[in-house]
Design a protein around this ligand. Structure first.
Ligand code: V47
Ligand code: SF4
Length: 362
């Protein structure tokens, strides 16, 4: 089948198959891919491009999993390992700029911290910042909390929600294929378990995101199957907000690669195809920290409608050699969006509009 035939399916609102998505991955016609993805994106979000005024906080880098692709994690007692107290976390929260609407909190699987630590952290944050949404804990952390607390996943999530958890980020998904997963993060929960945790989260009203780590040892088919599992779950729950493809950063990791970073073409292709394939996801996000500011901006014309946020402090990708800054100001983000010929919309975590900025055609 030619790309034109696949394009016609998208233009007539017909879902594309996994074989067709694979065909798109095997094409290098990036301009046509961009055109089809832009059509799909504009149908969902018009000319809007979203961003959020947020702050990331990583409570600890000590992690029992030690995934091969992760340069952030350390063993307990190792040089460079750290563990923030609730008071340290509050201090970071207090240092946020006025107007921040989200704390984004993920960390390692700490060997000794009890489940109560995370409940206390949430309660302390909500006590002091009741209006700020806390998006925290990947499905991997939730599964770990359920094991250390001896509670079922649903009860674990319920207690976190009662303590102030607003929604979940999309991390920990990596690549669901079992062989690839075993090779890059053998200690991590399976893809099936990741999906189960998300299904339960959605069932109790917690929204979440979904990610895919690409550009390591996986092949295109693994990416398509990963996205297909997400599309199937989303058909059942509707609980995912954004899909975020994350390009692998190899520095300081244990993954041998014959070449280094993902290429610009692969980044754009992956973002564009995800927009075309995931017809039941409202948003495709380019996390500028990992893609670079310029690539994130360009991707706004290749199916992306969200470039994440101000971030302020980022440890996961920067441990793995990211060359980006750790913070962008709102004005810088707005400028990137305007110059991509889109309308900047500051959103909150749940995509309510905080402020719509003027459209300035270039
Ligand atoms: O799960 C770890 C990834 C994720 C590396 O939901 C790496 O809005 C590249 O999921 N190279 C955590 N990636 C970050 C994450 C995220 C980020 C921003 C927004 C949202 C959201 C979610 O980072 C991990 C893993 O997939 N990661 N190491 C690395 N060397
Ligand atoms: Fe731990 Fe997450 Fe890093 Fe894996 S990716 S080692 S689970 S912090």
């Amino acid at each position: 089948m030619s790309i034109n035939k696949i394009a016609n399916k998208v233009y007539t609102d017909e879902r594309i198959t996994t074989d067709e998505a694979l065909e798109l991955f095997n094409s290098n016609d990036i301009i046509q891919l961009g055109r089809i993805a832009s059509f799909a994106a504009e149908k969902k979000n018009g000319k809007s491009a979203y961003f959020i005024h947020n702050r990331h906080i990583n409570p600890t880098n000590i992690c029992v999993n030690r995934c091969k692709f992760c340069a952030f994690s350390k063993d307990k007692g190792e040089d460079g390992s750290y563990q923030l107290s609730v008071e340290d976390i509050l201090a970071k929260a207090r240092s946020s700029e006025k107007g921040v609407t989200e704390f984004h909190i993920v960390g390692g699987l700490h060997p000794d911290l009890p489940f109560e630590f995370y409940l206390d952290m949430l309660m302390a944050l909500k006590r002091e910042f009741p209006a700020i949404h806390v998006q925290a804990f990947t499905a991997v952390e939730i599964d770990y909390f359920s094991r250390i607390s001896n509670l079922p996943i649903k009860e674990t999530l319920w207690r976190l929600k009662q303590a102030g958890l607003g929604s979940m980020p999309g991390g920990g998904a990596e690549i669901f294929n079992a062989n690839v997963r075993n090779a890059i993060c053998e200690e991590k929960i399976t893809g099936k378990r990741w999906l189960e945790v998300m299904e339960i989260a959605h069932s109790i009203g917690l929204r979440s995101n979904a990610t895919m780590l690409y550009g390591h040892i996986e092949v295109y088919k693994d990416r398509v199957e990963h996205m297909n599992s997400l599309r199937e779950l989303q058909d059942r729950t509707g609980g995912f907000q954004a899909f975020i493809p994350l390009p692998f950063h190899p520095k300081n990791t244990k993954i041998d690669r014959p070449f280094k970073e993902t290429t610009g073409l692969d980044d754009l292709k992956t973002l564009a195809i995800s927009r075309i394939f995931l017809d039941n996801f409202a948003h495709i996000k380019a996390f500028w920290i990992m893609l670079g500011e310029k690539m994130a901006q360009v991707s706004l014309n290749f199916g992306v409608d969200d470039i994440d946020g101000t971030v302020v402090e980022e440890k996961i990708t920067h441990s793995a050699g990211a060359a980006t800054a750790e913070e962008m100001t709102k004005d810088e983000i707005i400028n990137l969006i305007k110059k991509a010929d889109k309308i900047p919309i500051e959103r909150d975590t749940l995509y309510n509009i905080v402020k719509e900025y003027e459209y300035a055609s270039v």
